[in-house]
Design a protein around this ligand. Structure first.
Ligand code: MTE
Length: 324
């Protein structure tokens, strides 16, 4: 995701993705090779920090998703350790392996979410009241980052449509804008110019109302940890991961297409739609294939991340190359 050219970035600022992956794969290969003293020593040296690995959320009362809503996914789930230690959350760090540690003390209560703009009944919800609007379901979705890696994540949440119906969108509402909390005292990078803060995202109203679009409060049956966007984030499984804005405090219905953080940072690289599309390359890299975190090798990226049957009609007649 980095906009900065590699030359602009201090070496100390980043743990290159490849190093991290090599480290983890190496770790696994080492463990398979047997428990010699040397392997044990290397394992200790390369293992991710112990403290974040012990982090757990609170157990959630999760319902099974209705079969007709979610296409079944037989691909293996990414491990809890990888989902919670390989993160993009630039407010805390641009180093994916450092986010968990830097975000560990992020305060997520009390928390409110204002839902306003072109709605009949604007309301500021206390988070715990908002979460009572509907039972939370487990949804196992593919998660494809524009950088070329992917995961399979058992999210826990409920459709965003449920919340939007609660505030009754007006006829002129065509888009939904989202905003992350602005709290520089807790989020160190908000005191820097890495991105424009607060992080903002947007969807067209029909995308936001689609039954696959989720407001997520947990994963693997537990409440979200800070690094994954606690206490509430968006998940839109057919779009690149950056559309999944974390730690949301405001949702605004608008008539105009809202600005989005990565589009503001580099409009030629990140469009408003950002649908996963192997046929439309990012200017600096191909989108044809992806590396599933925790696995060796690469796999083909699927149109709309494999959800074409469910969401293809949202874009019928649209030029997906122009509307990237
Ligand atoms: N939301 C905020 N507020 N800040 C961010 O930096 N990163 C995005 C998205 N949401 C980001 C964000 C990107 S680039 C991705 S790929 C996903 O979060 C990563 O989510 P994960 O760490 O839970 O896998």
């Amino acid at each position: 995701m980095l906009i900065k050219k590699p030359d602009d970035i201090k070496r100390s600022e980043i743990t290159p993705e490849q190093t991290y992956l090599n480290r983890r794969n190496f770790m696994r290969a080492g463990v398979l090779a047997g428990s010699t003293l040397l392997t044990a020593a290397l394992y200790r040296e390369f293992a991710v920090p112990e403290e974040p690995l012990r982090q757990q959320g609170e157990k959630l009362n999760v319902q099974q998703a209705a079969n007709d809503t979610v296409p079944p996914l037989t691909e293996a789930r990414t491990s809890f350790a990888d989902i919670t230690h390989y993160n993009n959350f630039y407010e805390f760090s641009t180093d994916k392996s450092a986010v968990a540690y830097k975000a560990r003390n992020f305060v997520t209560r009390p928390w409110t979410v204002a839902v306003e703009g072109l709605v009949q009944k604007p309301k500021t919800f206390d988070l715990d009241d908002l979460l009572k609007l509907a039972p939370v379901e487990e949804r196992v979705y593919r998660h494809r980052c524009v950088e070329g890696w992917s995961m399979v994540i058992p999210w826990v949440g409920f459709p965003l449509a449920r919340l939007l119906k609660e505030v009754e969108p007006l006829g002129q509402a065509r888009y939904v804008a989202f905003q992350t909390i602005y709290a520089p005292s807790q989020m160190p990078n908000q005191s820097t110019g890495v991105l424009d803060w607060p992080y903002v995202e947007g969807l067209r109203l029909d995308e936001a109302m689609h039954p696959l679009t989720l407001l997520v409060s947990g994963l693997y049956g537990q409440t979200l940890l800070p690094q994954n966007g606690a206490p509430l984030r968006l998940v839109v499984p057919w779009k690149y991961g950056f559309k999944g804005i974390k730690s949301i405090i405001k949702i605004t219905l608008t008539s105009e297409q809202p600005p989005t953080t990565w589009n503001l940072a580099a409009s030629d690289e990140y469009g408003f739609y950002s649908n996963v599309n192997p046929n439309v390359d990012h200017p600096r890299w191909s989108q044809k294939r992806e590396r599933r975190i925790g696995e060796f090798g690469v796999r083909d990226t699927l149109l709309f991340n494999g959800y074409a049957e469910q969401v293809g009609q949202l874009y019928s007649g649209m030029d997906l190359r122009a509307n990237f």
